[in-house]
Design a protein around this ligand. Structure first.
Ligand SMILES: Nc1nc2c(c(=O)[nH]1)N[C@H]1C(S)=C(S)[C@@H](COP(=O)(O)OP(=O)(O)OC[C@H]3O[C@@H](n4cnc5c(N)ncnc54)[C@H](O)[C@@H]3O)O[C@H]1N2
Ligand code: MOO
Length: 643
């Protein structure tokens, strides 16, 4: 039987063209927000819809600007240290404080510190005052009838004070745009801590809602709607009644259950479906009832990019304000990035200052990897028609975090161990200004990053198969000119993880070759992979006899997670990862997990901090609970000699 799908070929128009076309359409539709009058004290961040004019002058009377005396300036003329002027209270002057009204027969104020008090209550001045000195004249700040803010201005903190000073107690502002968020998908469920297989936790709406709040809007999150065209249309129609704009989430591509474009088209008009950006390709731009409706792809990273690059622009037009653009910074690209000619790509980047140069490293590009946005310091925009960018190129990165965060980041690249998370947490507890960025690219990747000057330290566990010695021979090989130190870390247990009860009865490496046993491996270049290959060679086991040898994960935790979920029976990894996932552990080898730090970085404050934490009692205590570590040599610094 032929399976019918609602497959439709997507367009591929540029982001700029799509935005131009869409905003023109929205403006033509004539959608404008309503107006409301609100107390000035509650108006922070709102947008004025009319000019705001002062009702009264500020100050509304002539006021003393200082504590001291008020008088007629001409009474002081000629006063010098040798010819002081003596004045009498009431007859010649009046005591007053800052803010007091200026008596009608006075035209100057003399500060108290310039007044010499005499015993009989009179005073002496040794310099003359100029008329109107130290007086805030009526309307010095603003005069009644003057404009405080023009239309379409964002109300900042100082504007609130200016309005109140000008006797304005209520201000007319544009209504806050209300955005309806509609999550869709049969597999989507409200957040919970025990989702079943096939259930996907709905978190996009919460991300979008927070973004909208930051941009001055309000959101309503509707109930999750399953993949049913009629239900989606019902939801859209309701939201179009209740909101100024709608975000219809997921179902944007052209699969069997993707009804977003059809639903929008049936109720209104689809202006574009398919934009040449990545992530975010299947975005839908539509209008229902004059209300903009954006079909945002389901993958969270795609969603965030579409919200940032498209939705925000529409909201800006609707609210009639310009959001400040992200700051940009020039950086050096640490490794090559491939790109597709057909799409403008947005790549999340990790930034760090190493040897006074800003180094940018691409993060995981998966559209579902929302944590890449948690780690990202910036975004690299790769234009259309570019196949990629070479390592070492100068690139411009749009900053997502403050520059001070990037400058205060210790950059660690290399092998993964959960203890790095503990170090980061302890670093932040010790000093909230400090950050640790750890990229898990395996031990060899770490060595290469140190060689290229892209990291302050690399975590490594590389076994020299001939000598059986860990790490030092690799330093000698890869850093023949020296200048490198080996900071001893922990001894840790590597072994085979299985689910509790070990149902497949796995006892050793040989058991991995049995029929029905599924292995999950670590990536090439990782110390664990090198150890596995070494142990297999010792036992004469061929890698192609292991089902799953080709399947790679990047961290011990990821291997443990696969085993815990039942998608693999076993994998080589460290005890602490097995412990976190409550797995069975068959110890095979004790290895040395150390840190390579160039000598020139040892005195850096951030490196010193790192070393302090490494040898702290608190860290030792936490490692004990994690289990599988020995700390005999931790923190010892070995300066490696030149060959
Ligand atoms: N055959 C093709 N398949 C896909 C294409 C394509 O061109 N041809 N495009 C891919 C791209 S690119 C994207 S992006 C996605 C867009 O997917 P949809 O918008 O149709 O969304 P779903 O398939 O329903 O969901 C995708 C994925 O997103 C996650 N998700 C969805 N809703 C939520 C939510 N509210 N909170 C958190 N996560 C959510 C979920 O993991 C879904 O699995 O299509 C590709 N497919
Ligand atoms: O367009 Mo999708 O958003 O590339 O992942």
């Amino acid at each position: 039987m032929e399976v019918k799908t609602n497959y439709k070929y997507l367009e591929n128009i540029s982001l700029e063209e799509a935005l131009e076309k869409y905003i023109r359409k929205i403006n033509e539709s004539g959608l404008i927000l309503g107006k409301e009058e609100i107390p000035v004290e509650e108006s922070y961040g709102r947008i004025t819809c009319e000019g705001v004019f002062a009702n009264i002058s500020s100050p509304h009377y002539s006021a003393s600007a200082m504590d001291g005396i008020s008088l007629m300036a001409n009474k002081t003329f000629g006063a010098t240290p040798t010819t002081p002027v003596i004045l009498k209270e009431i007859d010649d002057f009046v005591w007053l404080d800052t803010g007091d009204p200026l008596p009608s027969n006075c035209d100057a104020v003399v500060m108290v510190e310039d007044v010499i008090k005499l015993k009989d209550g009179s005073i002496q001045l040794i310099s003359s005052a100029t008329p109107w000195q130290h007086i805030r004249q009526i309307g010095e700040d603003i005069c009644a009838g003057e404009m405080i803010l023009p239309s379409n201005s964002k109300i900042e903190a100082a504007s609130i004070g200016a309005m109140l000073a000008g006797g304005v107690l209520k201000v007319k502002v544009w209504e806050k745009p209300i955005i309806g968020l509609i999550p869709t998908g049969d597999e989507i469920v409200a957040p919970k801590d025990n989702p079943k297989e096939g259930e996907i936790i709905e978190f996009n709406s919460s991300i979008f809602s927070a973004m909208i709040r930051g941009w001055g809007g309000k959101s309503i999150t509707y109930k999750i709607i399953g993949d049913k065209l009629e239900l989606i249309k019902e939801g859209l129609a309701k939201a179009a009644q209740e909101c100024h704009m709608i975000v219809l989430n997921a179902g944007s591509s052209a699969g069997r259950d993707d009804y977003s474009a059809k639903a929008i088209g049936d109720l209104g008009e689809v202006i574009a479906h398919g934009i040449s950006i990545k992530p975010g390709k299947p975005t839908i731009l539509g209008v229902i009832n004059k209300k903009p409706v954006i079909g945002v792809p389901g993958y969270p990273v795609s969603g965030i990019i579409v919200m940032e690059k498209l939705f925000k622009r529409v909201l800006q037009t609707m609210q009639k304000v310009e959001f400040p653009p992200n700051q940009e910074k020039q950086a050096i690209l640490s490794r090559p990035i491939m790109s597709t000619l057909k799409y403008k790509e947005f790549v999340r980047m990790k930034l760090g200052v190493v040897d006074e140069k800003l180094v940018a490293t691409p993060l995981n590009r998966g559209a579902g990897v929302v944590t890449s946005f948690v780690k990202a310091d910036g975004i690299l925009e790769i234009p259309l028609n570019l196949e990629g960018i070479e390592a070492g190129s100068k690139i411009t990165v749009q900053l997502l975090k403050d520059e001070s965060v990037i400058k205060n980041t210790l950059v660690a690249i290399g092998s993964h161990d959960p203890l790095l998370d503990t170090i980061y947490d302890l670093m932040r507890k010790k000093d909230y200004k400090k950050h640790l960025s750890s990229a898990h690219v395996g031990s060899m990747g770490g060595i290469m990053a140190i060689k290229r000057g892209e990291a302050h330290l690399a975590a490594v566990h590389l076994l020299d198969e001939r000598s059986g010695v860990y790490n030092s021979s690799f330093i000698k090989k890869y850093f023949p000119k020296g200048g490198i130190t080996l900071v001893k870390g922990v001894k840790r247990l590597q072994g085979l993880m299985t689910v509790k009860g070990n149902p497949k009865g796995i006892k050793n490496l040989q058991d991995m070759t049995r029929d029905g046993v599924v292995y999950v491996n670590r990536q090439k270049g990782s110390g664990t992979r090198i150890l596995l290959d070494y142990l297999l060679a010792c036992d004469g086991i061929k890698t192609d006899s292991i089902y799953g040898y080709e399947r790679e994960e990047f961290t011990h935790m990821a291997v443990a997670a696969q085993i815990a979920s039942g998608s693999a029976d076993t994998g080589l990894g460290i005890f602490s990862a097995a412990n976190i996932y409550n797995l069975n552990f068959i110890p095979l080898y004790e290895e040395e997990y150390d840190f390579i730090i160039p000598e020139r970085f040892l005195e850096l404050e951030d490196v010193q901090n790192f070393l302090e934490i490494l040898t702290s009692k608190e860290f030792e205590k936490i490692l004990k609970t994690m289990g599988g570590y020995k700390l005999e040599q931790i923190g010892q610094i070995h300066r490696m000699d030149v060959n």
